[in-house]
Write a protein that binds this ligand. Structure first.
Ligand SMILES: [Mg+2]
Length: 303
């Protein structure tokens, strides 16, 4: 058995339940916009969804000022910012702080992986800013040796000067080396993991790759010869949350973060991220041994 020298992990729905936080956060933001503008909820939702689709992320923080619906308010950006954007941003953040948490045992497991002397790398299809923001909020960023993301979204022309100042001062950057991959490296393209292997000077069979999406993550591991570990627990999303997410999230964006409800399975499945350590110790999925009639016949019966 090759000894593993690195763990490469997906982020959303592998280290934390992305849906559990993004649904209440987006809803809180929409509630705030309804309250501050008096505009119909349907118009707000549709106009934000269009921006999320354009920027390919539900966490694009400048969706409000980028949306067509709010264009008339931009004539006086300061009052628009104070009365509409800021309250919405704070509503999103309050819900995020409340509902974004790692799955049980994630932090301890990442620390244990590091303590074994293995490299620890994140490979996500989230844009750089969103991935960095989440890892910072979760205080997981400094545990990684590197984080590989898709390209960051740019700041819009109209933005709170304080946010621009902070962005330029690196205030929003995570405490880890972040590599922005080209957009065409989105999984299931194996190009992202190949880049990680090249940067770490490792072969695929020296890497354990963890992800929740059987059709996006596991083909990446397979193509690179890495040991794919399916975070099955990340696919357990309630129907109610899927439905609520569909209302506010563009379909293409949702698919980037959440595995479709699919009957497709991957044999090496874990029900907790903590089991990554067991897989590193050699635990593997194996077919149950067929029961042998002769063996059973030899077993004395108890009466
Ligand atoms: Mg995922």
């Amino acid at each position: 058995m090759p000894s593993h020298r690195a763990v490469v992990t997906d982020l959303d729905n592998t280290l934390y339940p992305w849906v559990d936080y993004v649904v209440p956060s987006l809803e809180a933001m929409v509630d705030s916009l309804v309250a501050t503008t008096g505009l119909p909820r349907i118009r707000i939702v549709q106009s934000l969804k269009a921006v999320y689709a354009k920027f390919e992320s539900n966490e694009y923080p400048f969706a409000i000022q980028e949306s067509e619906l709010f264009k008339p308010y931009e004539a006086d950006f300061d009052s628009f910012n104070a009365l509409v954007i800021d309250p919405a941003r704070l509503a999103f953040k309050a819900a995020r702080d409340r509902y974004l948490h790692p799955y049980p045992g994630v932090k301890e497991t990442l620390q244990a992986v590091k303590a074994r002397g293995l490299k620890l790398v994140a490979l996500t299809d989230a844009p750089r800013n969103a991935a960095e923001g989440r890892l910072r909020t979760l205080k997981l960023d400094t545990l990684f040796d590197a984080v590989y993301t898709l390209p960051a979204y740019p700041l819009p022309d109209h933005v709170d000067p304080e946010i621009r100042r902070k962005e330029e001062a690196g205030h929003y950057r995570a405490g880890v080396e972040v590599v922005e991959l080209p957009a065409d490296h989105e999984k299931p393209s194996p190009a992202g993991l190949r880049r990680v292997l090249r940067d770490l000077s490792l072969r695929g069979d020296q890497v354990l790759y963890v992800g929740d999406n059987v059709t996006k993550d596991m083909p990446v591991a397979e193509a690179c010869g890495a040991l794919g570990v399916w975070a099955e627990y990340g696919t357990y999303v309630s129907k109610e949350y899927r439905d609520r997410l569909q209302v506010i999230s563009a379909g293409a964006v949702t698919r980037r973060h959440v595995a479709d409800a699919t009957p497709t399975r991957w044999p090496l499945a874990i029900s907790s991220f903590t089991q990554v350590l067991e897989v590193l110790d050699g635990a593997r999925w194996s077919r149950p041994a067929p029961r042998r009639r002769s063996a059973r016949a030899r077993t004395p019966r108890r009466r």
